[in-house]
Design a binder for this molecule. Sequence first.
Ligand code: AMP
Ligand code: MN
Ligand code: ZN
Length: 892
Amino acid sequence: MESSKKKDATNSGPQDGNADTNDEKKPELCPGFPDVDAFVKYGLGGVLSATKASAGLPQVGDEYDFYRSFPGFQEFCESQGDKLLHCMSQIMQHHGCRSRVRNQSKLTGLEERFDLIVDSNDAILERAGILLDEADGVNRSQQPVMPAGFQPPKIVVSSWNRKGSGSGSRSETFRLLHAKNIARPQFKFKEKVDNSNTPFIPKIFIKPNAVKPLPSYFTNKQIRKERPEDLDVPAALADFIHQQRTQQHVEDMFAHPYQYELDHLTIPESLLAKPEPQMYKVMAETKLSFIDTLEDLVALNERLCTMSEFAVDLEHHSYRSFLGLTCLMQISTREEDFIIDTLELRSEMYILNEVFSDPSIVKVFHGADSDIEWLQRDFGLYVVNLFDTHQASRALNLARHSLDHLLKHFCNVESDKRFQLADWRIRPLPEEMVQYARTDTHYLLYIYDSVRSQLLTVNHGQPGLLQSVWNKSKDISLKRYVKPIFTEESYLELQRKQKRSFNTQQLTAFRLLFAWRDKLARQEDESTGYVLPTHMMSKISEELPKEPQGIIACCNPVPPLVRQQIHELHLLVQQAREMPLLKAEIAAQKTKGLTPIKKPEVTLFGPHDTSRVSESDLPHFPPDELPAKQGMLFSEDEDKMDVDVKETNGLVAHAKITLFEELETKNDQESLSVAQMKARRIIEAFENPFRMYLPITDVHVNKNAKFDPSSKIFEISKRWKLQNIAEQQEELEAKRKAKAEAKEQAKKVAAERNKVKKSYQESLKNVATVRQQAAESAKGGGQKRERVPSEVGESTPKPSKKLMKSAAKAQNTEPPTQDEFTPFDYSQSDLKVFADTKSKGNAQFDPYRQGHDIRKKKTPKGQKSNFSAGNRSMSYLSGKSDRGFRHNWPKR
Ligand code: AMP
Ligand code: MN
Ligand code: ZN
């Protein structure tokens, strides 16, 4: 049995040789085969001759018809056919797949039987993939922690959503960490989120390590604030002047602020030479600092200034926010780990640009594509000199390119990716999540060494391959964040992916709902998936319910904003119903009853999509496929068939927790009267939608505290301002040893110098805001920092070592600041509950696996888009395998 799986696996796709052979050093694999290789060789021979024989059969059409006229041939075909079907049926049953290959009418059944086989292949390949993963040390069977209010679908339809059923398990259940009572971090943001339907403009307002100055648009607030109304000329002329002026800035506004620096970045020879991998420190013996105060962040920045490389990763949340929120930044040096609470320090994170944009410090990421965008979007941070280990893994052609694979491969560390999809807004962070986050960067510098070394080895010591990884990484750091923009046509793109053809009315409904959802999501700062999941939107458009109740019926569970705005929605559907239908559409409607029933779509869900359950997602069995014993292929297998049927039914699993009914599950309900409970529910269900627009009352900025000369942040800002460009340039040149380019650049720099000076003078006027707050909050914290001798008037091209040392002293963690909201203490929760998948003896539905695969499909840019065995795309019918993939994630 084991052998058949192995065989499937080895024939199924491009695995690298050691993926499945590593662990097989046992005396004899199975009777007659000393090892996997021997077995594979034999199996492959069998497959080859079978393929050959099949190709040699008489061709469909005349040739076949001719042969068929001989009864002997006919008989032989029948008996061989039966044999083959029997064989296939047994394999399918062994893998717990539906196997009624034969008991259907010959004409209509062919397509369904074909589907059956495709589905079975998927299931078998998926299992092979899991086994390979396991053999490779990756455990995919564990549960992720789900975001707040997330509910997976109750019904699992597709074969690859189904947990392996060899064990005879009959029911499926779900488990998830239900993050309750999380304060919206957005409320605390000093700068409110800009969900407007306008393109993203970089957040940067000061540019450390600049070779080319930051355009005046960013440094001069005046320009940004300029309005035509303020011009003292007639309105039409004012508009014209304003337009002309803005035009000048448009190019600057959307350019990558570090484009010039990145274009001129050369990797020093030392980084193209073979490194001696420096072993990572044991995690238990490594200091971990949790950074949630500005002071500690400044100290960290100082520390990082002295490094030649450090590792970075981010954790992100996208369900209860329109654009998404970066919740955590993990940084590891060779000596220490840091976790930054980026929700708390969101407006201060920009100070790290000093190290992030420093070309002499390598920033190591794994799969940085999204991170680069999130850094820009939330903090205005840019990376100059990036090394992406995911790109290295690709260049090395490793079996898989995920971080957990690299961890296993290079560090022999088993990582637990269960928390990847956790709700990272949770504070205080549970210990398990801290550990998870930390693991993402702790080993990364060692991996960075190892992959560089290997890249040189496999390329016979030539730096070409390694250079290509540096180049790819640079391309990633040149990525620019693009905000999702709503246009009149946006809905069409989504509609096309629905695999449903809509008539004029339905399409109108879809368009109107799409616009409603987008507007509300921006306004309420929620993901579109939270406002109204796409599959529900599709369902409403298809049904065009006459009554508001009908709309509610299309949604299960009903999203709060749908309930709240049901009348608005009803009006939109009515409006759609009034659209005149085309003649052809009317005709089609009449014959609707006769149209073949749609096959169930693959039900997938993103971690941030809500339940994808709707009627259309229910597995639909045509009448002749209903569980019935007559006509079954093998009488001796009847018992097994029963199991099979039950398993199919068992797919209708019971979700323990539902998204929008969460309030009912609260334990102290009994003590409340019905009315009280109702009131409470209403109150809790609605948040003031305008709260995000209200002035934030808890942030006090003392205008007098312009700069506190005793603060580190003051030092940093001064350093930036005083940085002498010529010296900086010299230093850069020296570091890069790019002598050839030196002359040319010096010229350019001289030309830029004047501009830079101007820009820096400008920025002097404008950097104050956050720093003022910082200085103020540092004062409030009561911790007086040492006054570091500052070289006012001197040029300080690089942070002085003195500064760094003094900063290091300031490195101690403070208790988190108190505020009015008392969030649920997640550190108290028992996360072990989610860890053990076997304790209840139930087969577990595994949402992670899908998430994982979704991501593979979803991320064309290649971030963790490893081609794992068992990927659905391995089976044929590629068009089909894409069903339902793309819109499971809310836009970021
Ligand atoms: P990582 O770099 O693996 O730590 O992932 C960073 C962030 O990306 C996580 O915090 C998630 O928000 C998001 N993410 C990673 N993998 C997935 C996935 N399969 N589905 C949805 N979000 C993901
Ligand atoms: Mn990452
Ligand atoms: Zn991570």
